[in-house]
Write a protein that binds this ligand. Sequence first.
Ligand SMILES: Cc1cc2nc3c(=O)[nH]c(=O)nc-3n(C[C@H](O)[C@H](O)[C@H](O)COP(=O)(O)OP(=O)(O)OC[C@H]3O[C@@H](n4cnc5c(N)ncnc54)[C@H](O)[C@@H]3O)c2cc1C
Length: 470
Amino acid sequence: MSDEFDVIVVGAGPAGENAAARVVRGGLSAAVVEEELAGGECAYWACVPSKALLRPMELAAEVGRLPGLHLGETDVGAILRRRDAMTANLDDSGQVSWITDLPAVFLRGRGRLAGPRRVEVTAADGSVRTLRARHAVVLAVGSRPVIPPIPGLAEAKPWSSREATSVRVVPRRLAVLGGGVVACEMAQALHGLGARETTVIVRGGALLERMEPFAGELLDASFAEHGIDVRYRTEITRVDRRKPDGQVTLHLSEGPPLVADQLLVATGRRPATEDVGLATAGLPERRAVEVDDSMRALGVDEGWLYAVGDVNGRSLLTHMGKYQARICGDVIVARSRGEWDDLPSMRDSADAAGPPQVVFTDPQVCSVGRTEAAARREGLPIRTVDYDMGRVAGASLLGDGYTGRARAVVDVERQILVGVTFVGPGAAELLHAATIAVTARVPLSELWHAVPSFPTVSEVWLRLLETYGL
Ligand SMILES: Cc1cc2nc3c(=O)[nH]c(=O)nc-3n(C[C@H](O)[C@H](O)[C@H](O)COP(=O)(O)OP(=O)(O)OC[C@H]3O[C@@H](n4cnc5c(N)ncnc54)[C@H](O)[C@@H]3O)c2cc1C
């Protein structure tokens, strides 16, 4: 097999796989290097298993809102088996075939940049092979969880999202450190599966702090209703664990120590750049790879290096990594033909405007574009419009006591939406309409003619426009 390819992709997560697919579609040859499982974090330890664990809880909550329906016993084993099936029992042969069928060459091993257009691949047996790229190298190595420097924490071997999403025995007493998306989703999933005493420890004053404030407030109310204890403005000052899997004692900045069977740390992620040879490309190590809007790394002579997905630190979301990968692949193909002319379709504009994101809790939280606070920080001339989603006929038909809220952030000069947030059961499926309106900058006067069907929750669109004055 030749060691020379048009493009070498390092990392076969969703971003890397899509970059390879796109360059092959454009007629270039590609090699994909993966040290663990093709499919990446998303397929085995992140998006897919977490949603497989959350879906039964969402359905149970929905049944609880409908009189006359009753849930039987929860079969935790069956839920975990379905999770295992959704993650292909950690067998990546299907994903590997997808790559080889592109066709691209798949190489299992650790990839490391070794100077311009070169990648060294170290296989599990220690053998090293050096690949050369004719056009480009795409780094798509993802991210790793951050463990904060709290005394005793690393020694206590806490769970990260990997252990939480691949849980086999659900701890009865669970402590979760963090108040962001992963912390909220996994606290609710594990609580529903049997972590009866779940405590979420949040350094700040709210859950989901980067979203509209009402998102965290409604989620907090749901946590309280389900019996999940949230401790705000609280820090862990020390962690004690005597035996590897024994109970863990958390010393807190507020109140008495908390004893739990397991501690999940969900305090963010950092780019997986500690040992990928960035210095050989003239870049700083251990940082996100800064890219331009065509995903080309800044500061690399001759511009042969690209970075897509979590590793560039733009948006730590699968769909955004895949979007970046499509752009990157097309740009590499166009540049290889000398045709690239900075076309708008080959430039990332979705990340900066505020990517679409869903938090799959009950209630679901979803948003696209800017929050009110972000729009004000940017100095945009905005007005916000809120609506109680429980008042929409379609929502009340979905279940009794439907609680939710919508917010539209309107640029009053341009008469377009620059941000939308929905919080409510099943709200995730409302998001794409908002994404189209925000991304395509649909004028409100045109949006007015997009008539939502009766009786769907989408009628909230009409109510938002009416509240705005249309
Ligand atoms: C619990 C959890 C739930 C999430 N849920 C969602 C969700 O619902 N929706 C969503 O959009 N996002 C979600 N995310 C975020 C999402 O998982 C990431 O944004 C996504 O996986 C990033 O894709 P990627 O291809 O950049 O990186 P990854 O998926 O991390 O893939 C990187 C790949 O590179 C490989 N690799 C690393 N270094 C090397 C090397 N040196 N050589 C060879 N291979 C290497 C890794 O083994 C891995 O396979 C979630 C994250 C977590 C933690």
